[in-house]
Design a protein around this ligand. Structure first.
Ligand code: FE2
Length: 411
């Protein structure tokens, strides 16, 4: 199959893309169709590698208002709402909701999802279900499953064993939640355990790290130190790191050296953290997002995630990662022209590094022919107009398509 007139990743000039047996076999300005080859004219539209959701909780998605709405919008009322909803949790319930959510994502050009799954549950039903869904949905999306200890590893009964069991069940990634542990000692020990567990089992790491406005929350330095000492480096990701927003600058300057040496990735969740953080502040009210601009300037890899989709903690979301990028650029003050043009990388190439996709990802000859066609000529306009994903191809097969929405002024 030959795709003509593609503007790949904000390129000024159109190019052609040949796909055979599910892989890119040629990319160049002038490719001539083979006899009988199917030709698709992309009409000078933007072509990007597929979008990647690098941080979401699929086990809680699409439950907002069921059985009760979060009236204050706070994290704590969200936890109360979830404890009521949790009573109804079953394998079928999770499968129904995840199937719907994945299709919402797919319609917006998302083909990879890293989902955190709560394992502070003796039944581990959500983990078992997501491991099954990873197989069932593989033609539509590649799912990575994180064993996520929502209520702590040391601070939850049998927490270490549940984490170990989740890894045996097939978790791809080991999680942790140091700021939620009862004590600072537990916090450090939980990270020592999580990174050791990952190293022993050749797994990736993604820590809910310092998701709190407490400037004394310093899980990040332990994550980075263990990543360095164990040689895990970029297999390790620190998600949220909202406390870093509140660290003093002298500490951050010292910390940056370690972060660069450790090569760890960061995931920021600008929609959910601007909504949930800063709730104890009067005014000035903190934005609650980590230092994306400064980390990026230091060459440290940062991607963006949605975190929650229509659940007790975040009552919005359609699976459109454009919303995440738009919020991120605003709150991180990254609205310079080139920053806007490059911002698709937060949900594509940067996220691919976080998910450790390597040569399974990217528009290059020899790699899987997975890409998205947007109804715009570059990312700036796609972002600004909330452009539709016209087509999403995964391994050479079209898995989703969209048509531009229509609004008319009548006079
Ligand atoms: Fe999260």
């Amino acid at each position: 199959m030959l795709f003509q007139n593609a503007l790949i990743e904000n390129a000024a000039a159109a190019t052609c893309i040949r796909v055979e047996n599910g892989r890119f076999t040629a990319i160049g300005p002038e490719l001539t169709p083979h006899p009988g080859e199917e030709v698709v004219d992309l009409q000078n539209k933007l072509v990007l590698p597929p979008f990647i959701e690098s941080h979401v909780h699929l086990d809680t998605c699409l439950t907002a208002g069921d059985p009760v709405w979060n009236m204050s919008g706070t994290l704590f009322e969200g936890i109360e709402c979830w404890s009521k909803r949790k009573e109804k949790l079953s394998k079928q319930d999770i499968k129904d909701r995840v199937n719907r959510a994945v299709r919402m994502y797919a319609a917006h050009g998302v083909q990879h999802i890293r989902t955190h799954v709560d394992v502070t549950d003796p039944s581990l039903v959500a983990m078992e279900t997501l491991v099954e869904l990873r197989e069932e949905l593989r033609d539509l999306v590649d799912i990575q499953v994180v064993a996520f200890p929502q209520e702590g590893i040391l601070s939850y009964p049998n927490g270490k064993q549940l984490m170990t069991d989740a890894v045996k069940m097939g978790a791809d990634v080991v999680g942790a939640i140091p700021h939620f542990e009862f004590t600072r000692e537990y916090s450090v020990e939980s990270l020592n355990f999580a990174l050791w567990l990952a190293a022993e089992n050749d797994k990736l790491v993604d820590v809910h790290c310092d998701e709190i406005d407490d400037e004394a929350s310093r899980g990040l330095e332990t994550v980075a130190t263990r990543a360095l000492e164990l040689g895990l480096y970029d297999k390790v990701t620190a998600s949220h790191t909202t406390a870093m927003h509140s660290y003093n600058n002298a500490y951050v300057v010292r910390l940056m050296r370690l972060l660069k040496m450790s090569k760890i990735n960061f995931v920021s969740n600008p929609l959910v953290n601007t909504h949930l953080q800063g709730r104890m502040d009067t005014y000035p009210k903190r934005r609650g997002v980590t230092r994306v601009k400064e980390l990026t300037a230091e060459g440290i890899n940062v991607s963006f995630g949605h975190d929650d989709i229509f659940d007790p903690w975040y009552p919005m979301g359609t699976g459109n990662l454009r919303d995440v990028v738009l919020m991120g650029l605003h709150v991180c003050q990254m609205m310079g022209y080139q920053e806007i043009m490059d911002s698709y990388k937060f949900i594509t190439t940067n996220a691919a590094k976080t998910l450790y996709l390597g040569e399974k990802y990217g528009i290059e000859v020899g790699r899987p022919a997975s890409f998205v066609v947007m109804d715009a000529e570059n990312w700036y306009n796609a972002l600004n107009t909330n452009a539709v994903a016209l087509a999403s191809y995964k391994n050479g097969k079209k898995i989703a398509e969209g048509t531009p929405g229509c609004r008319k002024v009548l006079f």
